[in-house]
Design a protein around this ligand. Structure first.
Ligand code: SF4
Length: 377
């Protein structure tokens, strides 16, 4: 857990953010203003709808795009299971930043060491899950020609960086950022800092602007990496990594975070359609106690997982339609049963198309990972 008496951020567990303004003040995250967002060549729906609410040094990436200069986008996944909606947000942002410029190069780190430190997951099992995660990324539009995929456990330059970084941190520093933790997690945090700065090593073209799209709960990793970038600037010339932050979304039952502990709350991208449909039809809503009350008072879309998480954040691209949907709910012109059935048509179509594309990506995913693995031998 992060320092301070305010919001607790736990990158390995469940964080609850009540007040994003307070979070930004506490940790020095900048709000993503309209002025800055308008300089992006194309605004992703997560930007337009405020799901991405803050940033650190995003202007550095925008300037690189404007000048046609190189930059890197990096993300990692702890391969603890199949991709679900929580991971989809970061994946979309990762692909978005890769797509904004032909000079953007993507780095995808498979955090198998972290999965071992946090979940005791054997490295071979991580490999199998990583292939599946990579299939999802490719199906969502990741450009395979401009991505470098690697596993932490065999990426020697990253491990070397983590070791070098360990010179500059004490137990107290790590405890202040993450709270008391087993040393394996502290070490995996240093490896993540290595991942974040890996694109700036000489064999990847040297120092360059680098963006890391994350959920708000991952900010401790960003602060550590930025601190290390400045401590090792003289030695490596690092440019402090930039970051964008998205809100932490609830699961389908309105619990704080999607987790395997609550199977009805989690929606996997490779989920069989019938089970996905059942989960959507049982999702938490902002509906009233009776149909009569809902017609009279209207629903509460702001509280509704179907509206906020499924339609606004994930599945409904059309802003005009989203606005109409909001008012239909708010004025009681639609009831939850019909609304969820309508939402399922959109979600089910997305899942079916995604799963069809995904099924064709196994060879490519294996090749991307194998090439890297073979080059390590
Ligand atoms: S009508 Fe739809 S948007 Fe409104 S509360 Fe019900 S499920 Fe949510």
């Amino acid at each position: 857990m992060a320092e301070g008496a305010g919001t607790l951020l736990d990158p390995w567990g469940t964080s609850h953010v009540k007040d994003y303004d307070e979070l930004m003040r506490q940790f020095g995250i900048e709000p993503l203003t309209n002025e800055l967002a308008e300089r992006l060549p194309r605004q992703h729906r997560l930007v337009r709808r405020g799901v991405i609410f803050g940033h650190r040094d995003l202007q550095r990436i925008i300037e690189a795009i404007e000048r046609g200069e190189e930059y890197a986008v990096i993300t990692g996944i702890k391969p603890s299971g199949e991709y679900h909606l929580g991971a989809k947000l970061t994946a979309e942002e990762f692909i978005y930043f890769q797509s904004l410029s032909p000079k953007a190069f993507a780095f995808f780190a498979i955090a198998d060491l972290e999965a071992y430190a946090d979940n005791r997951l054997p490295l071979e099992e991580s490999y199998r899950i990583a292939i599946s995660n990579l299939m999802d990324l490719l199906a969502m539009g990741l450009d395979p020609r401009r991505v470098y995929v690697y596993r932490q456990s065999v990426e020697l330059p990253v491990l070397r960086l983590a070791f070098i970084f360990s010179r500059a941190v004490t137990y107290n520093t790590m405890e202040a950022i993450y709270g008391p933790r087993p040393f394996g997690l502290y070490f995996s945090a240093l490896v993540q800092a290595g991942d974040i700065l890996n694109p700036q090593l000489p064999h990847h073209g040297g120092p360059k602007p680098t963006i890391v799209p994350v959920g708000a709960d991952q900010d401790p990793h960003i602060r550590l990496a930025r601190d290390l970038a400045s401590k090792f600037r003289e030695e490596f010339g690092f440019v402090p990594p930039s970051a964008t932050y998205h809100r932490l979304l609830r699961d389908l039952t309105a619990q704080e975070k999607m987790s395997k502990r609550n199977p009805m709350g989690i929606l996997h991208l490779s989920e069989p359609l019938e089970s996905a449909r059942l989960k959507v039809m049982n999702a938490f809503t902002g509906g009233r106690a009776t149909a009569e009350e809902q017609k009279r008072l209207g629903g509460e879309p702001e509280k509704c997982v179907v509206f906020v998480e499924l339609l606004t954040a994930h599945f409904l691209e059309d802003d005009k339609l989203l606005k109409e949907w909001y008012w239909e709910c708010k004025t009681g012109r639609i009831l939850c049963g019909e609304c969820k059935a309508r939402a399922w048509e959109i979600i089910g179509r997305w899942l079916r198309d995604h799963q069809e594309r995904r099924a064709k990506m196994r060879d490519l995913a294996e090749r991307l990972l194998e090439e890297k693995t073979l080059s390590q031998k």
